[in-house]
Design a protein around this ligand. Structure first.
Ligand code: MG
Length: 265
């Protein structure tokens, strides 16, 4: 009798506990002011006709969108300067519509400054492989002149994963390694949102980076924690708009670029 009672009691407690666990938590709730009040009862009541988005021809300028600024189409370096002294670019201009890093010449950067942007570029590491780790076809795209999205030949080439191809250097490991074979052209499509700083120079909102590498999402709106130094912590100097910079890693990287365009956001 006592045993039966005990079993019943345990069963009751178990069921009670089970119910408690199964009961869903109260959702915090998100309310949208535009969806308050009496719910519409016709389809027309929720149709919006303005503002009308601008028409953009996706391949309006030799493959670039019609509203993009073409930064490099193979014809010359009009939009670029050497970073170290703002002189004319001395990287190699190739007959195939690309350009190649001139070893130890230094980085190049755009003449213009940009903030929020959508950037498309294509890059290629040499088919004849040289070097190991970070020393194999290392270059990089610096957004706002400060934040590097890594370029590296990572095909059968191990390195630290927060410095591998398509990493936000030493901050964000890419979600995938999506490179094509060495010697073929890769695409990067990058969406960058700049950080905000207050009047005292304090960062009040982090910037973000999204990267699609050969059609594969590899950086998903990640938070920029600061600059991307080789040694040391990220720093957060206040800044406004800045150039896009392409890296000469200084160790015979022989990385090439082509078809670079930008849409300011
Ligand atoms: Mg690099």
């Amino acid at each position: 009798m006592i045993r039966t009672g005990l079993i019943l009691l345990l069963g009751f407690l178990f069921a009670a506990c089970g119910q408690k666990v199964l009961k869903p938590p109260t959702p915090p709730g998100i309310s949208y002011p535009e969806y308050q009040g009496e719910e519409p009862t016709t389809p027309e009541a929720t149709e919006v006709y303005e503002p009308v988005p601008p028409v953009v021809a996706p391949r309006g300028q030799n493959g670039a969108p019609s509203d993009a600024l073409v930064l490099f189409d193979g014809s010359g370096f009009e939009e670029w300067i050497m970073t170290r002294d703002s002189s004319e670019v001395i990287w190699h201009l190739n007959k195939d519509g690309g350009m190649t890093v001139r070893d130890t010449a230094g980085d190049i950067q755009t003449k213009r400054n940009f903030g929020d942007l959508q950037l498309h570029l294509e890059w290629r590491s040499p088919a004849d492989i040289q070097g190991e780790g970070q020393g194999r076809a290392n270059s990089g795209v610096f957004l706002n002149n400060l934040y590097e999205v890594q370029i590296l030949d990572n095909n059968d080439n191990k390195t630290y994963v927060n410095g591998q191809v398509a990493s936000v250097y030493k901050q964000h490991i890419p979600l995938a390694m999506a490179s094509v074979p060495s010697g073929e052209w890769n695409t990067y499509d990058i969406i960058y949102r700049a950080p905000d700083f207050d009047a005292d120079g304090n960062k009040v909102k982090s910037g973000t980076i999204t990267v699609i590498h050969n059609g594969v999402l590899v950086q998903d709106h990640v938070e920029i924690k600061g600059t991307t130094p080789y040694i040391g912590w990220p720093k957060n100097p206040p800044h406004g708009k800045g150039p896009i910079r392409l890296q000469d890693h200084g160790d015979n990287s022989r990385v090439s670029y082509r078809n670079i365009w930008i849409r300011e956001l």
